[in-house]
Ligand binder design. Structure first.
Ligand code: PEP
Length: 250
């Protein structure tokens, strides 16, 4: 059985007090026990968030990390630093990292490989731009993002990978891929992994959808057979909305 996962990417939102308030609000919600719930506050609030959630099943995850072990990389955070505070999962490849911070497939390959070597679980984000979708290139773009960043990994590494398909045109725009568009792409992704590795690896992989998921559309999207949950931006900042999304599986 594949894991159902809902993760909240808080991006550069919530200071220390905001983090505490939002987590308290989340703790007062009831969350489906069969869904793995994750939240990704900013780096400076990871330790406090971990402590605050220590008696819950909610996992605190990081939004990013650097590919180097350590050294002269001002402003960056290493895998070992995350692990030292008990973080087990890191988001890599978010479209905002790609577009605002110049993260290429080549950089992402190094980040993924470092995270995997260090024993972290990676939530790898990817997805096409609007122009790719309009020109019909979306399947090719997604296949090459996966191939370039991930396909040098050995088969054994895939137990540490979660995929998050996030069409860039649907992130923070209020524009959601239809449940059918999401299913078509997720089925394609699973087939691509199956061809590159094998059917079991593909079958066991959780593939999340991200892009303007809200309480009102989560149920339909999550009902699709190849959609195993969601990566949530804006709606993760409102505890009741995030909880409604966690509880939206049939
Ligand atoms: C995201 O940034 O990963 C995301 C899916 O954002 P939103 O839900 O706000 O579209």
């Amino acid at each position: 059985m594949r894991k159902k996962i809902v993760a909240g990417n808080w991006k550069m939102n919530m200071d220390v007090q905001g983090t505490e308030n939002l987590l308290n609000a989340l703790k007062s919600e009831s969350l489906a026990a069969d869904v793995t719930v994750m939240v990704a506050p900013t780096f400076v609030n990871l330790s406090a968030a971990k402590q605050q959630l220590s008696e819950t099943e909610v996992e605190v995850i990081a939004q990013n990390m650097h590919f180097a072990e350590s050294g002269a990389y001002t402003g960056e955070i290493s895998a070992a630093m995350l692990q030292a505070i008990g973080i087990k999962t890191v988001i890599l490849g978010h479209s905002e990292r790609r577009s605002y911070f110049g993260e290429t497939d080549e950089i992402l390959e190094k980040k993924v490989s470092q995270a995997i070597d260090k024993g972290l679980q990676v939530m790898f984000c990817f997805g096409e731009e609007l122009a790719d979708r309009k020109s019909g290139a979306h399947f090719n773009v997604v296949a090459s993002q996966l191939k370039n960043a991930l396909f040098a990994l050995p088969k054994t590494a895939w137990s540490q990978i979660i995929l998050a398909y996030e069409p860039v045109w649907a992130i923070g725009t209020g524009e959601t891929a239809s449940a059918e568009q999401a299913q078509d792409m997720h089925a394609f992704i699973r087939k691509t992994i199956s061809e590159a590795y094998d059917a079991t690896t593909a079958e066991q992989l959780s593939i999340l959808y991200g892009g303007s998921v809200k309480p009102g559309n989560a149920q339909e999207i999550f009902s699709k057979p190849d959609v195993d949950g969601g990566l949530i931006g804006g709606a993760a900042l409102v505890a009741s909305d995030f909880a409604a999304i966690v509880n939206a599986f049939n």
